[in-house]
Design a protein around this ligand. Structure first.
Ligand code: GCU
Length: 596
């Protein structure tokens, strides 16, 4: 990626009159195609305090802050509008700036993170690569004044090769992060969760040989039930790659021009919620070594049923956002494990990770615990469906998610959207995403939270024929006043593939008690949960349910005196410990559902 040339000018005010300042800085170069396989790699963490400069008017690009040297203020010979003094302003990484500094709670816009990094000079041909776990929404990485990578998408990892700009003695790394909401982005400017900003997942460096493993896949081949494995290298070279499965075979892949794959005749012990068997896998090509811990299972549909390893499976699910009262969208292993402990206490076997890719640790821990996952990209509500750049952004986020998590046995569904009004542009956009998911990963099913056909009052969506599973978000008894209409809808629907209730619920303020006819009481939420479960359970074309939602979560759209900036449909309050009555109602219903 080249850094746009500085428009030389003797006029020190030239930048005030140049509104084309961002041109040349907006072509994403960090995409799914520049990802590196991370399993088992040694990383140099860059977590901790970084320098931090607020940039609400994008002065950083206008005045090219990345170009300037870092002389201390006492040595300046010209005034400037930014400052890399170490004692000026700092921001911890990973974190959301909104929850670190009260004055930044509502800030949406650009900021600059910076730090000097110690990098051992790479050995012959080695590459020094920056990995950012996630930055919301877009990010630009500069090393020693050179733009080396730009990424769009607020919830997927990206990689930037820093090698071309490495300095002999000092390396100053700047990362601009811009959380501005825009119509053409994915999600666009209107959504029902909090727009946290920052480098909110881990940032690290990895050193890799010139030829290194950029992608590695292993799992059960749905057609043959045999183990299939594939590998991709950073260069189009040929040679043997070794894949050693602990407790299983060691196989050699014949890599030709950077690509290799193999099927192996071996019957592993299958992974399932009841028996989440994982195998350690070591992979080697030349000087590069990676590893992974994987489960082998088959997930398919047959008519309106879902099959896990050939047996019917029913989603006793729950939805979760990546949201925390103290840490916002930043998460921790402890937070993830608490979430799954609550899922297990509910008697659930599946979680819908709404509405964007969650931290990679979530699927790793779900593999260990035997919990099924629906993962999705934030193609949410009124996306700019006619915009090719918007499609490229969505397709890249989907590709990055699949590249990151395709070895996770717990992930069984790729979701390509949520509650998107029907139109020809939407149909084209989302059917292409579903085809892309299938092309990248034929071992999983595709879904979307569809809307219903209001005219015929039927579970019906033109998109459904492009999906394996019809997700249905429905709030009868809450947004839809007359609950009896739910029975009418289900009686009048004849789907030819599994329907999953991908959302249903109601707001309740924890501790607010009253008649079950009164909105926002725990009694109302509990009554509706029971009615929903009794109605849903009686339909054999419904293959599961993901009630909305495990915990209350922040959403500035919610400004009543009872919600106060929070969506209160959680079965547990935002303290992640106070359970509402509906939690017990759902747990009872799940305990009563025999089949898994
Ligand atoms: C919608 C949407 C959710 C939203 C929920 C609600 O179905 O998919 O993101 O939070 O309804 O209104 O609470």
């Amino acid at each position: 990626m080249t850094t746009p040339e500085h428009k030389a000018s003797t006029d020190p005010y030239a930048h005030l009159h140049d509104e084309s300042f961002a041109s040349g800085f907006d072509a994403p170069s960090a995409t799914a195609e520049t990802m590196v396989f991370m399993g088992g790699r040694t990383v140099q963490p860059l977590d901790g305090n970084w320098g931090f400069v607020l940039d609400p008017f994008e002065e950083g690009l206008r005045q090219r802050w990345f170009d300037y040297d870092a002389r201390p203020l006492s040595e300046w010979d010209m005034p400037r509008d930014y400052d890399f003094s170490p004692d000026w302003r700092a921001m911890p990484v990973p974190a959301c700036w909104n929850t670190v500094e009260p004055e930044l709670f509502h800030y949406e816009g650009a900021v600059w993170y910076w730090r000097d990094i110690d990098i051992a000079p790479p050995a012959d041909g080695e590459r020094v690569i920056l990995r950012v776990g996630a930055a919301n929404y877009l990010a630009r990485a500069f090393l020693n004044g050179q733009l080396l990578g730009m990424h769009k998408g607020g919830s997927t990892p990206f990689f930037v090769d820093l090698t071309p700009a490495l300095g002999a003695d000092r390396n100053r790394l700047l990362i601009e992060v811009d959380s501005t909401r825009r119509l053409e982005q994915v999600p666009m400017s209107h959504f029902d969760w909090f727009n946290y900003g920052g480098l909110y997942r881990e940032v690290s460096l990895i050193m890799v040989p010139a030829t290194h493993i950029v992608d590695f896949g292993i799992g059960l081949d749905p057609a043959t039930g045999r183990v299939r494995t594939d590998i991709a290298l950073s260069k189009a070279v040929s040679g043997p790659a070794e894949v050693a499965i602990a407790g299983g075979p060691t196989l050699t892949l014949d890599v030709v021009k950077g690509r290799g794959q193999a099927l192996v005749d071996w019957r592993p012990e299958l992974w399932s919620p009841e028996s989440p068997r994982l195998y350690d896998v070591a992979v080697r090509f030349g000087d590069d070594r990676v590893s992974d811990r994987v489960g082998f299972r088959a997930f398919a549909r047959e008519g309106t049923r879902l099959l896990l390893n050939g047996a019917p499976v029913y989603f006793k699910g729950i939805c979760v956002h990546e949201d925390d009262a103290e840490r916002g969208k930043a998460t921790s292993e402890a937070d993830i494990r608490r979430r799954f402990a609550d899922v297990k206490a509910l008697g659930a076997n599946a979680v819908r990770l709404a509405h964007y890719p969650h931290h990679e640790k979530v699927a790793e821990i779900a593999d260990e615990l035997g919990i099924l996952l629906w993962e999705e990209i934030p193609v949410y509500w009124a996306i700019d469906f006619a915009n090719p750049e918007t499609y490229a952004d969505a397709a890249n986020q989907l590709s990055e998610l699949i590249r990151r998590d395709r070895n996770r046995a717990s992930v069984v569904i790729w979701g390509v959207g949520n509650e998107n009004a029907d139109s020809n542009a939407r149909l084209s956009f989302m059917s292409r995403l579903a085809e892309l998911a299938r092309a990248l990963d034929p071992t999983r099913l595709t879904a979307a939270a569809c809307l219903i056909n209001r005219t015929e009052f039927r579970v019906e969506d033109r998109l459904a024929e492009h999906l394996d599973i019809i997700g249905l978000n429905e709030y009868f008894g809450w947004y839809e006043k007359d609950f009896a209409d739910f029975e009418k809808l289900l009686d009048n629907s004849f789907p030819d593939r599994p329907v999953v209730i991908s959302e249903t619920g109601a707001d309740a303020v924890a501790g607010c008690h009253g008649p079950d006819t009164e909105l926002f009481t725990e009694e109302r939420q509990a009554l509706l949960m029971g009615m929903q479960m009794d109605t849903i359970g009686a339909r054999d074309y419904i293959a599961g349910v993901f009630p909305w939602i495990l915990y209350d979560f922040r959403s500035l759209r919610r400004q009543t005196s009872v919600q106060r900036g929070w969506n209160r449909k959680g079965l547990i309050a935002e303290d992640k410990s106070t359970r509402k009555r509906a939690f017990e109602v759902l747990a009872e219903r799940y305990a009563g559902i025999a089949h898994d």
